[in-house]
Design a protein around this ligand. Structure first.
Ligand SMILES: C[S@@+](CC[C@H](N)C(=O)[O-])C[C@H]1O[C@@H](n2cnc3c(N)ncnc32)[C@H](O)[C@@H]1O
Length: 266
């Protein structure tokens, strides 16, 4: 598996480049309303991250920077990193257009220490992140490297149980733990399901214990792990909107966990 990693990363970079402009134009990301001042962040992470004013935040896998710049609007000093050059290009142009101070770096998250200096109060990453990474221990080393002593790492992401299902959420298809690369052929994208794009992508499933142990192995201390039976995003097939404004899989409402969040302190 390991010897193919560069080609997996390259294919994923290309697929995220294909998605970037579509996402920018999509109702899902609703840039027009966001540009007028609406945050792209969800109540869940806003509540759990606490007051970020005056904090230095490093956002790993920031895509085209919408969430990164939402933190900037709240008074944080922000740096975002992403593999997709197209995404970073859009992030930089949005920061310029909205006159928001931000630094954006295009690189593989594993290589970030070669591209960025300094330490941060908060390392943040959210929704669709570690599933693109083959190995969590070196990733956790990057997290630890960029955290100031006393600073914290925060992640909110889709629950590993979600990634066990087929696209229709009818069958359990993939293992809960990381047993190697999962190759999928995709048409469209979660933000525009009918988009005329086709691509192959490469992902990895990670259990919660793998995630937690990777961070503990780098000396971080677990503050909390929360699990939620809803998703703030309508991004999978067969989702239904609840009265609380969140989404669940039809037929599996309030049965499977959809999202988790975790905070760990250095
Ligand atoms: C679903 S987005 C996550 C961001 C956020 N939830 C959003 O929707 O804006 C996933 C991002 O991870 C990035 N990515 C995938 N593999 C990566 C890697 N090895 N290093 C850095 N970024 C990576 C992709 O380019 C993509 O922009």
């Amino acid at each position: 598996m390991k010897e193919n990693l560069p080609s997996y990363f390259e294919a994923n970079r290309e697929s995220w480049n294909l998605r970037a402009d579509l996402h920018k134009a999509s109702n899902f990301y609703d840039l027009a309303t966001w540009k007028k001042g609406k945050t792209s962040l969800n109540p869940l992470e806003l509540r759990e991250m606490g007051d970020v004013a005056g904090k230095k935040i490093l956002h790993l896998q920031c895509h085209f920077g919408q969430d990164t710049l939402s933190w900037a609007r709240m008074g944080a000093s922000v740096t975002g990193c992403d593999l997709s050059d197209k995404s970073i290009e859009i992030a930089k142009s949005l920061a310029t257009e909205l006159d928001l101070p931000a630094t954006f770096i295009c690189c593989n998250v594993y290589d970030l220490p070669q591209h960025l200096e300094g330490q941060f109060d908060i390392v943040f990453t959210s929704y669709g992140t570690i599933g693109w990474l083959p190995d969590l221990e070196p990733w956790a080393a990057v997290v630890e490297h960029f955290l100031k002593p006393g600073g914290f790492f925060y992640i909110a992401d889709f629950h590993p149980v979600v990634w066990m299902f087929d696209d229709a959420f009818k069958q359990l298809k993939y293992p809960y733990v990381n047993t190697g690369v999962i190759t999928t052929e995709q048409t469209g994208t979660y933000a525009d399901k009918s988009a005329a794009i086709n691509y192959k992508e490469y992902g990895w499933n990670h259990s919660l214990s793998e995630l937690i142990n990777s961070l503990l192995s780098k000396g971080l201390r677990l503050d909390f792990l929360n699990e939620y039976l809803y998703s703030p995003y309508d991004c999978f097939d067969n989702m239904v909107l609840g009265e609380d404004g969140n989404y669940r899989i039809k037929g599996l409402e309030n049965i499977i966990p959809m999202v988790y969040s975790l905070k760990a302190v250095k």
